[in-house]
Design a binder for this molecule. Structure first.
Ligand code: AMP
Ligand code: MG
Length: 490
């Protein structure tokens, strides 16, 4: 019996933007094996049921076999790294195998991260370590489950190849999936080399593939830029609302589709600390949690400059002015739901501000504080039902005072308690990828046991729903877990 092929690939990017890609073959890892996979990502791609059992799945995602229709390529781009322009970067350790179409005709590019040297590897080895693959795999799938736009992760292939970072680590390869991995830095590369025909081809490709409705607009390039502004604003609003710090918001790590891309030293907030810096190497705090909204705008300015090819300064400036209102609107809409309010009143800004200030002062856990607001009852003046919430605060005086105002506000709100809790639980996650949880999964996986990795992946795939036997994953971080340092080295 013929086993049907899993991957029927096309390669639009190498056909339509040949100047932007370089053919390069992966270098498979020694003794590689399928370490884990995401069923939901496979479903998104329209892969058949039990796809992971097919031998083809592993050989393709280990870079050992190229499916029909695919082309191995690495893309070139540039970028502003920590504010400095670097004229040439590129996929230094990710090789695209091509694109796959799902049942509804959506096309997804599959890239193998950690698949060996490319012309853009610079001083790097083209490899990824198991630790960073696990972090990216879990984070991508967790973010998707939180409904935050993100690149996805299909699989991790493990190996016993040694890779040198601060210590010797195990090499691994992760299959990363997105409708496109095109970054702001792709536009910067061609603009700063004054290669206007190439830049225009790139913009046209983005319009045809991802923003076709631009063609019905009077000014398609303006529309394209406006859409990228909107998507970036709403993405960062979601990061802020869910307590996600990216860590390296360089323009080469900013997606033209508004996806979270390039998971490095990212972190979810444990204690609420607006100045949280998750990247150990970010000494100035350029990419601190509270800086993300303004850095998003900085990055859009850098992208906007490339659009001066087709747009006036005034058109670009006007488009950029839409960023802040779009971000604030989306942020407040999520925060309204997190507070369990049917509508937003002017005074709610103060209510939210006070809560965040108390949380910051008291170092209360960000995720759990919001989640446990669902235990607040309007008539429970003694806070008898919200003990777990109060326990998150070292000194309870201020939060108890705030709860009085909050209960009064809930009383006048249109939602009944059960409706409110239902709405709140849709946006207040119980489970997030805390750094220390990732660390537990990594330590275990490095010794060949994948139990915590699998369990964590499963729990994070339904982050809003309480799950049996998963208490550990819903707890706040222990003190040792808050002190872990994560650097760019991956
Ligand atoms: P990142 O900080 O991960 O976004 O990477 C910045 C640039 O360095 C990108 O061009 C990456 O492809 C490249 N890069 C990062 N790590 C490696 C590595 N181990 N080998 C080759 N290139 C790398
Ligand atoms: Mg990057």
């Amino acid at each position: 019996m013929m086993i049907p092929t899993l991957f029927k690939l096309t390669s639009s990017i190498s056909e339509q933007l040949p100047f932007a890609v370089t053919p390069v073959k992966p270098t498979p890892l020694r003794d590689s094996f399928l370490l884990t996979y995401s069923r939901s990502c496979g479903d998104l791609l329209g892969l058949p049921a039990n796809f992971w059992q097919s031998p083809e799945f592993k050989t393709v995602l280990a870079g050992e076999k190229l499916p029909k229709g695919g082309v191995y390529t690495a893309q070139v781009y540039a970028g502003h790294q920590f504010g400095q322009f670097v004229p040439q970067l590129g996929d230094g350790r990710a090789i695209s195998i091509g694109e796959i179409s799902n049942h509804v005709g959506e096309s997804y590019e599959i890239q193998l991260k950690g698949s060996g040297l490319t012309p853009y590897s610079r001083m790097g080895d083209g490899r990824a370590v198991l630790r960073s693959c696990i972090r990216e795999f879990l984070a991508s799938e967790a973010m998707a489950a939180l409904n935050i736009p993100t690149t996805r992760a299909l699989s991790i292939v493990g190996s016993n190849e040694e890779v040198y970072r601060e210590r010797v680590e195990q090499g691994a390869m992760m299959a990363r999936v997105a409708q496109s991995h095109i970054r702001f830095g792709h536009f910067e590369y061609w603009f700063h080399r004054n290669k206007i025909p190439e830049l225009t081809h790139l913009a046209n490709y983005c319009i045809e593939q991802f923003y076709p409705e631009a063609n019905t607009q009077e000014l398609p390039y303006l529309y394209l830029f406006e859409q990228i502004v909107q998507r970036t604003a709403t993405l960062i609003a979601q990061w802020q609302a869910h307590g996600f710090a990216h860590g390296v918001m360089n323009t080469d790590n900013m997606s033209i589709l508004g996806l979270t891309i390039d998971y490095g030293p990212f972190g979810f907030l444990d204690d609420y600390n607006p100045g949280f810096i998750c990247n150990h190497s970010d000494s100035s705090g350029r990419y601190a949690f509270e800086e993300q909204p303004s850095i998003g705008l900085w990055n859009l300015n850098a992208l906007g400059l490339t659009f001066s090819t087709w747009l006036s300064v005034q058109q670009i400036t006007t488009a950029l002015k839409a960023y802040e209102p779009a971000l604030v609107k989306r942020y407040l809409s999520i925060m309204r739901q997190k507070l369990g309010l049917a509508n937003w009143q002017a005074s709610d800004q103060q209510l939210l501000g006070q809560l965040l200030a108390i949380m910051a002062e008291q170092k209360a856990d960000y995720t759990l504080t919001f989640r446990l607001l669902n235990s607040v009852d309007v008539d429970d003046v003694n806070n008898a039902n919200c003990d777990a919430l109060l326990q998150l605060f070292r000194c309870q005086k201020d939060i108890k005072k705030w709860l009085v105002t909050y209960r009064a506000r809930l009383q006048e709100d249109a939602l009944r308690k059960d409706e409110r809790v239902k709405e709140q639980n849709k946006v207040n996650a119980l489970y997030v990828l805390r750094n220390y949880l990732a660390e537990l999964a990594i330590k275990e996986a490095e010794s060949g046991c994948y139990h915590t990795l699998e369990k964590l992946h499963s729990v994070l795939s339904t982050p809003f729903t309480w799950q049996r036997d998963s208490e550990l994953f819903a707890e706040k971080a222990p003190n040792w877990g808050k002190k872990l340092e994560v650097s760019c080295s991956s």
